[in-house]
Design a protein around this ligand. Structure first.
Ligand code: CUA
Length: 336
């Protein structure tokens, strides 16, 4: 019984979903990630020294005190008890090391978390859901999902500030080359910020186990020039294009289905808030929070039965008939 499902899964999973930036924590392209890398190097250096000292002493002891021919196995080795100096040293030194590690981490966390946004910065409220990201731009009155467009901040003045919270369980924002990890916790706001220095697509993912599809709660940050960002923003703020009379039948079909209870399409009767806003669905690169490349074939597979590409996700198969599915897909594809 698995075979048909598996073959659909293989067909619908396009291998190039993850082809963009390699998520490498050692190649930061934003200030928070760079600060975190510096702290990580310091922590790694300290722990490497500890490792070498401890492992070296173990090796030395094993070699120096190994059993030799002629040893009397019944004779106990000399027992040494108590040395105030040594005990004081191995208590005090680790405490000092731990305080250094705590201090370094706390300083970096505080510097990132307490940074105050300059007036011209873009502000985003990111809400975690099982298993997708709601992206709100309060200053622009815009809500979108799963793909965060931000301006490049090559001059260091166009950072994007994020408030993080959750609608259900704890999630964690992590875009390794930009910043992270910062938890999204229900009834609490956490803060982080990103200032991507190069345009591009930065992939990230949820970094806190949040249920079945945690691994498929993917995220991308699309950093672009200020002009591109402003053009994207003004296109996104428009309501859905309903002027195409050829699609009015398709829109009617869509409006009659229960899709509208969970999804928002601004300017239509679809005003649900449980699932992602679909007003400009076709402007996104992926479907299902990064699980599929956004193309006709995948959109069809997704709407037909989201449980195949993303088992356990909260969108059910609506069991649409062939003609209904055709109408829904042609309508969704008009949401540019
Ligand atoms: Cu959301 Cu893991």
């Amino acid at each position: 019984m698995f075979e048909p499902a598996l073959s659909v899964l293989l067909q619908t999973q396009v291998p190039n979903v993850h082809e963009f930036r390699i998520t490498n924590i050692f190649k930061p392209l934003a200030s928070p990630a760079a600060a975190e890398r510096t702290a990580a190097y310091l922590v790694l250096a300290i722990t490497a020294v500890i490792f070498v000292v401890v492992a070296g002493l173990i090796c030395y002891t094993i070699v120096r005190f190994r059993r030799r021919p002629g040893d009397n196995e019944l004779q106990e080795p000399p027992q040494v008890y108590g040395s105030n100096q040594i005990e004081a040293a191995w208590t005090v030194i680790p405490i000092l090391i731990v305080f250094v590690l705590i201090g370094v981490s706390a300083r970096v966390i505080a510097a990132i978390q307490n940074a105050s946004p300059p007036p011209q910065s873009v502000k985003i409220l990111l809400v975690g859901h099982q298993w997708w990201w709601e992206v709100r731009y309060p200053d622009y009155g815009l809500v979108t999902a799963n793909e965060i467009h931000v301006p490049v901040s090559s001059d260091g003045k166009h950072a994007t500030y994020l408030q993080l919270t959750s609608a259900d369980v704890i999630h964690s924002f992590w875009v390794p080359q930009l910043a992270g990890k910062t938890d999204l916790i229900p009834n609490r706001i956490n803060y982080t910020w990103i200032d991507p220095r190069q345009p591009g697509v930065y992939v990230g993912n949820c970094a806190e186990y949040c249920g079945t599809q945690h691994a498929n709660m993917l995220l991308r940050v699309i950093a672009e020039s200020s002009e591109e960002f402003n053009a994207w923003m003004s296109a996104q703020r428009k309501p859905a294009n309903n002027s195409d009379t050829q699609l009015s039948a398709a829109q009617t079909v869509f409006g009659s289905l229960s899709c509208v209870n969970c999804h928002m399409i601004r300017g239509t009767s679809a005003i649900g808030a449980f699932g992602p806003d679909l007003t400009h669905l076709m402007s996104r690169q992926t479907l299902g929070a990064g699980v599929l490349v956004n193309n006709t074939e995948n959109l069809r597979a997704w709407v037909n039965d989201p449980q195949i590409p993303k088992p356990g996700c909260l969108m059910p198969s609506m069991k649409l008939t062939g003609p209904e599915l055709n109408q829904v897909i042609s309508y969704l594809q008009s949401l540019k």
